[in-house]
Design a protein around this ligand. Structure first.
Ligand SMILES: [Zn+2]
Length: 310
């Protein structure tokens, strides 16, 4: 008998079984979006059954927005369904305690119970991948909000007069500059009017700015390309403002950073933040580091949630 952790991502669902000592076995599948809103929970039920027939409890970290009191995902831009019921169908099959939080809340919980934040009561987790998200533990409490979406930091306004729109439609949100989905567009605006066509970045994208990917930008910067480095630096300045807002609002002792963009480019993400954030901060600066839990941080949080740690 073991606990079950579920990580519902934009593209993949991951499930693990485990206990206080950590994750034991994991399975991962691409989300089946063809089965309608109920197809998602059916898929999760199948994945759980593969690992453990009699789970003790189930914890879930999910892409948002969520409605945690009703146990569902609501209006997510990543799935073509308005409401996706999660906890109710799982309860019907397994009849055990089930809790759901958004993925970044799970991230900070995972960090607190299994990762670098075990000794601090004031902890923040930031994910930097397709989008940006955050989770906060303040004075030992996981911040939830009325629906479970308390720390939507990707939609903090960084530049209110910017012409760059976020995926949500608002101008100048943090994610509009630094979210993986939006970095290529922001990059094109930064390169306009420069001599970037003689750069390595131009070679990598075949001279077609619309073909630029996040990986090309960081790869070129790593090889010393000036234009790519300028882009990384500008993204870093935006991130520094976002991190400063976090420090001013939540006063954490430690901020850990995960998500594919940060995990793949730790120095290029952390260095500009540390260099530029102090000028925007009034509170004492926290430690900032890449999460030691890597891409499993949400699963660890879901495991902590299943164990009743929230
Ligand atoms: Zn937004």
């Amino acid at each position: 008998m073991s606990y079950i952790a579920v990580d519902i991502g934009a593209t993949f669902i991951r499930v693990a079984c485990g206990d206080e000592s950590g994750l034991k076995r994991k399975v991962s599948e691409e989300t089946d979006k063809a089965g309608g809103p109920e197809g998602v929970s059916h898929q999760i039920i199948g994945m759980i059954s593969e690992l453990e027939e009699n789970p003790v409890a189930i914890g879930i970290g999910s892409i948002g927005p969520i409605d945690y009191t009703r146990g569902m995902i609501t209006n997510t831009p990543n799935y073509p369904f308005k409401e996706i019921p999660i906890t109710e169908p799982l309860k019907t099959v397994f009849n055990v305690p089930i809790k759901i939080v958004n993925d970044c809340s799970a991230g900070v919980l995972g960090e607190h119970v299994f990762g670098a934040g075990q000794d601090t009561e004031n902890l923040f987790y930031v994910t930097m991948s397709t989008g940006l998200g955050g989770g906060a533990i303040v004075d030992g409490h996981l911040l939830m909000g009325k629906d479970g979406n308390a720390v939507e930091i990707g939609h903090l306004t960084i530049y209110p007069h910017s012409r760059i729109l976020c995926g949500c439609g608002c101008p100048g949100h943090w994610e509009a500059f630094s979210g993986g989905k939006n970095i290529p567009y922001y990059t094109r605006t930064l390169l306009r009017g420069t001599k970037w066509r003689s750069s390595l970045l131009s070679d990598l994208c075949g001279g077609n700015s619309k073909a630029i990917t996040v990986k090309m930008i960081f790869d070129a910067a790593k090889q010393g390309d000036d234009h790519a480095f300028m882009v990384v630096e500008e993204i870093g300045k935006v991130n520094a403002i976002g991190f400063a807002d976090i420090v001013n609002a939540y006063d954490p002792e430690l901020i850990t950073v995960g998500g594919s963009i940060a995990l793949n480019n730790p120095e290029f993400i952390l260095m500009p933040i540390e260099h530029y954030m102090a000028r925007h901060v009034i509170n004492r600066l926290p430690r900032i580091m890449i999460t030691p839990l890597g891409e499993d941080v949400v699963l660890y949080g879901a495991m902590a949630l299943a164990m009743g740690a929230s």
